[in-house]
Design a protein around this ligand. Structure first.
Ligand code: ADP
Length: 401
């Protein structure tokens, strides 16, 4: 039987994530949640430790060694792991679409060249994403393929939100501007919530809090601002990323410590954020546990994380003509009642009335409203994100499937 599923691929430099997303059966409800999707991860690609880990529809997990597999061999194993589940299309996550891609695009030679032209803006991610695309074009030549960009949803930002106050040539000739990322997640949670409450006429502040973190202001279904910028380093405190720092920090560190720009880049991306502040972990679960035992670093990391998140939400609210409410998503946003409560408590002038019991209930994939539903109060929601489902849906949309 033809399953009409879409294979979603997220190709990194040494890993490939995949998910098989079945067709939606009801336009409002994804018939199969992520729990019933076949999904997996090929990791350590190109090394002797390469493995393919698969989670089957019934939750069973299998893992096979694929020593020294390159991307092509790993993708062949992934295809083998699909069994009879032959997809009708492939949707690729692509990190950066520059200004060219305001929505998902069917992959052809022009799209591949445009993604290649965007490599200077995403030197770490786009080459790996392209490698995934080029390999699957070879392996699955008969399947239509679509690129879904992390930046595309934010292309509706007005110039006053996306321009930096630097000389215009840097923008016109070198494409220096704010792009924003996590667009697939912000698009999913806001569209899903608008469907749930039956109208799009809302202004939401969406907070995606995972290893990477960003906020977005979404007015009538369109992104009007977001906290990440030219790169995913701008904005909030994240697991290992610093978020905003003084723009002169690089110069200061070069001059005073003699560090190279690459070293500074590594430190700001891999050793900062929750990890840098706490000195112990980038994992919010570990930090909340350690803070309870009085660990000073963990306590400070949580305080800075919540303060900067609240600041960002307050700043983002300027972008909304009307402010309906706040949505929490991502691993931290979906699971930590404590981080949600601490952040909201820092916004006392926002007319937010958290329902503590509801807040405690919204964990491990639960979706729902967590404010007290007071007349005139802002709504507060927890909506588990579904980036793979969104990529599959946009893939079908572009292809008319
Ligand atoms: P990614 O951005 O890699 O997709 P996730 O969205 O899965 O990551 O988020 C990972 C983060 O979610 C980690 O910091 C993890 O500690 C946090 N997290 C998961 N469960 C909980 C929990 N119960 N309490 C606090 N944080 C949690």
């Amino acid at each position: 039987m033809m399953s009409r599923s879409v294979l979603v691929i997220n190709c990194g430099s040494s890993s490939i994530k995949f998910a098989v997303v079945p067709e939606k059966r009801n336009p409002n409800i994804e018939a199969n949640t992520s729990l019933t999707r076949r999904s997996g991860l090929a990791e350590n690609i190109g090394t002797a430790d390469a493995r393919l880990n698969i989670v089957h529809e019934n939750g069973e997990k299998t893992s096979i060694a694929i020593p020294n597999a390159d991307h092509q061999i790993a993708l062949t194993h992934i295809l083998g792991a699909l069994g009879d589940e032959k997809p009708i299309a492939i949707g690729h996550r692509v990190v950066h679409g520059g200004e060219k891609f305001t929505q998902a695009a069917q992959i052809n030679e022009d799209v591949v060249s445009a993604i290649r032209e965007t490599i200077p803006l995403a030197p770490l991610h786009n080459p790996a994403n392209l490698l995934g695309i080029e390999t699957t074009l070879k392996l699955f030549a008969e399947l239509p393929q679509v690129a879904v960009f992390d930046t595309a949803f934010h292309q509706t930002m007005p110039a006053h939100a996306f321009r930096y106050a630097v000389p215009e040539d840097l923008y016109r000739q070198h494409r220096i501007r704010r792009y924003g990322f996590h667009g697939t997640s912000h698009a999913y949670v806001t569209q899903h919530l608008n469907q749930l409450i039956g109208s799009t006429n809302h202004g939401w502040l969406s907070a995606h809090l995972g290893n990477g973190c960003s906020t977005s202001a979404v007015w009538i279904g369109k992104s009007v601002d977001t906290s990440m910028g030219l790169t995913p380093l701008e904005g909030l405190v994240m697991g290992t990323r610093s978020g905003n720092v003084d723009p002169s920090l690089h110069l200061h560190l070069v001059k005073t410590l003699g560090w190279s720009l690459d070293e500074i880049d590594q430190i700001l991306n891999k050793k900062s954020g929750l990890l840098g502040l706490s000195g112990v972990s980038n994992d919010m679960r570990t930090l909340t546990d350690m803070a309870k035992t009085g660990h000073a670093g963990a306590t400070l990391a949580i305080e800075v994380f919540c303060y900067r998140l609240a600041q960002s939400l307050a700043a983002m609210s300027c972008a909304l003509p009307e402010f309906t409410g706040i949505i929490f998503t991502g691993g931290i946003g979906e699971n930590s009642a404590e981080i949600r409560a601490r952040t909201l408590a820092l916004l006392p002038h926002f007319n937010l009335h958290l329902d503590d019991a509801q807040n405690q209930k919204m964990i491990r994939g639960a979706e729902g409203r967590i404010d007290q539903n007071i007349n005139g109060g802002r709504q507060i929601w927890v909506i588990p994100t579904d980036e793979e489902g969104q990529i599959a849906q946009e893939t079908r949309g572009v292809l008319g499937l």
